[in-house]
Design a protein around this ligand. Sequence first.
Ligand code: GAF
Length: 375
Amino acid sequence: MTDLDTRLRAGFAKAYGGNPARVTIAPGRVNLIGEHTDYNDGFALPVPVAAETRVATRPRADREIRAIALDFADETDSFDIGASHSRTGSWRDYLRGIVGELAYRGIPLAGADLAIAGNIPRGTGLSSSASLEIALIQALCATELDPVVAALTGQAAENNFVGVRCGNLDQLAVAGAQSGAALLIDCRSLAITQVPLPADCAIVIVQSGIERGLVDGAYNQRRVECEDAARILGVAALRDADMAMLDAAAMPDTVFRRARHVISENDRVLAAAAALCRADYARLGQLMRESHVSMRDDFEITVPMTDALADFMNTRLGTRGGARQTGGGFGGAVVALTDTAGARDLEQDLGQSHFAGEVGHPTILLASTGPRSRT
Ligand code: GAF
């Protein structure tokens, strides 16, 4: 049993007595490439990480939902399934939003006692929120919900109740995750193609130490600018535009640059998926560098610390791979993709650099896992 599992079961027993009937598990994700493409109906290439959220659950005979959040000083929530809620600005919003969305979709719900715990660092671009959503959804449903339906339900809870206009990347990545594979996600058709990671592939994640939530305006502002670009270009979404259609004179400079990022990033994702299949780390590295520069100069979602970190990592990696800021932006983590020897050297280089002590210890992810349930 892992520490997390022991803590979860002990917390459940303390809150409710006895054992849970089930534990549902959902990983976090790191996006290798394809940033802010999801709400433009584009492509992304995330991979599940070896950190997760777990929800211990036991059905109740009534219609009461009771929950304890072991990572939030054992805070609790309890309400009737049919109750209407206002936003709390806390973890409770995810639970309340999901119960509301499941009920709205006519998915049968019964009362339940829930205990929640996880080990995904929050606010670092590794999708602790989507992981919580998917683990909660699978805990609340008596039979496992189809991954795409689960993902859309989680996204809807976040859009409609939590108040973040996120796309579907995080939830699809978490719900559709499989061991040892990246996911090439078509955010329009919702098709998920598993791209097996090469045997010698290593993913290194370094926390910049700069955290930023998504609720504030900057994320939603990017969405509006992308919608403006699509409208000016006369397409349903930026997925339908190509570089030849982009005319700097036809739109404000900011809108032009936002569109240029999204259109070029979609191309990079498809090229990266192909390069990953060939274990072509030099090409992957080049695409990741270009992605970071595009996020820095055109989409303007990087910060000086992630710029410096990505720069350092890219210089050290050379043709052995590449690094870029990952996630919604404005801080969070930098991800690198390389081979196992490259990852070991990178870890050493970071440890001896001026970043040591300033940024998080690099996490090397050689294994990954998908959502699952256990009794
Ligand atoms: C956040 C959002 F939640 C995703 O939907 C996606 O837009 C991502 O930022 C940027 O690629 O994680």
